[in-house]
Design a protein around this ligand. Sequence first.
Ligand code: GLN
Length: 491
Amino acid sequence: MDLHSLTIHQLHDLFVKKKVTSKEATESLYRRIHEVEGKVKAYLMLTEEKALRQADQVDRKIAKGEEIGDLAGIPIGLKDILCTKEIRTTCASKILENYIPFYDGTVIEKLKEREAVFLGKLNMDEFAMGSSTENSGFQVTRNPWDLERIPGGSSGGSAAAVAADECIAALGTDTGGSIRQPAACCGVVGLKPTYGRVSRYGLVAFASSLDQIGPITKDVEDSAILMNAISGYDPHDSTSVNVPVPDYKQSLKKDVKGIRIGIPDEYFMEGMDSEVERSVKEAIVFFRKWGAEIRKISLPRTEYAVAVYYILATAEASSNLARYDGVKYGLRSKGHRDLMEMYTRTRSEGFGEEVKRRIMLGTYVLSAGYYEAYYRKASQVRTLMRNDFEEAFQKVDVILSPTAPTPAFRIGEKTKDPLQMYLSDIHTIPVNLTGIPAVSIPCGFNHEGLPIGLQIMGKHFDEGMLLRVAYTFEQNTDFHLKKPLSLTFSG
Ligand code: GLN
């Protein structure tokens, strides 16, 4: 049996039945990583020694007959934007190349309490800015379904690792689509929780009013398991919300009979990829067949989403990234004559092109004279978009759309044209701007065998409903069971 290809719940069952140890599972994962990583390049760092020690601890518990939780001993990958105590955390940026946090982020602490095993840190677009992982300061990750294509981004390392069976599950982060779009590109499940559901303490900030941490998994049940583990109020994060966390696994028990599903006209625009459109429409037919009520809805401000996002996200980024000045932590360039030159050189050498572009854009939209015209206006439109969604959710329980307008594109195809790249997130960005949760699940393949993602959006703090709808679809289709072939043959 290939232990690396199992899900969290499958592996947990084997641990409980004492058929397999966490050490065996962890070793199987590292074997897989060593076998395919040369092609996929999902990891920035492996923490093999620590992982085997974590696995050993769990095995001892099992051997003693102690009860274990459903994440104990499960090998997991972490996006390299999550602070891990004594383990390098780079955000795929040269400016943090040698940064070693002295604390764990809250989600890391929670997973440690539940005795998950950490395999290593996963590649991403620098500071999570991008949709293809090509903006990493270190390496380009490849899509396991077609090694010439991008895995999506910015959590491209996480999604590729899950799809390539280089980890059982992973954590990613999502500011404008960075969990869902890579999940769609790699044919796996990616959930962006409600803003405030999961603590951001120890998540290196990109755009603080939009960032959320969430699970990238092989199936919906695993997503529920990880959501149970990472959700909840945290006094360390003033934006985390103190509302009860339900048991998300309970949500999987219900089907979609009587659920009202909204289909927004604006998300099925002229010129969209015909195979993506077909797969999503087939999913709609599926839900109707399973007893859901399908309703047309309108989200009239959808067309402004990308523009609003690139004002607000860059404004917040320019302010958040001001801290990398060569003084407090991270890179300090050499050979400067005075303080000004030290700042300039450090930031010029440490940041990549896209990060610099965003800092400049953000500084511009916040500058005196432009603030009113750009930042203030964008914030106002954001409120209107939130109202649109609130109105829609009076009539429906969830909203369906494609996750991304196209399947994974070719490496290099959009790097010369940032605007084209920005449009990859046209369907995911409104979710972050309005703070609602959404999940992407596999819903088909195009003629080249590339996965297509279905996005399910829900009301604030209604992740349970998303999981319920997603699970009904998954359990009655087999898209999630297909594995990429590009890694099966050597060469
Ligand atoms: N692709 C979007 C961006 O480049 C979203 C990134 C994200 O969600 N972190 O900003």
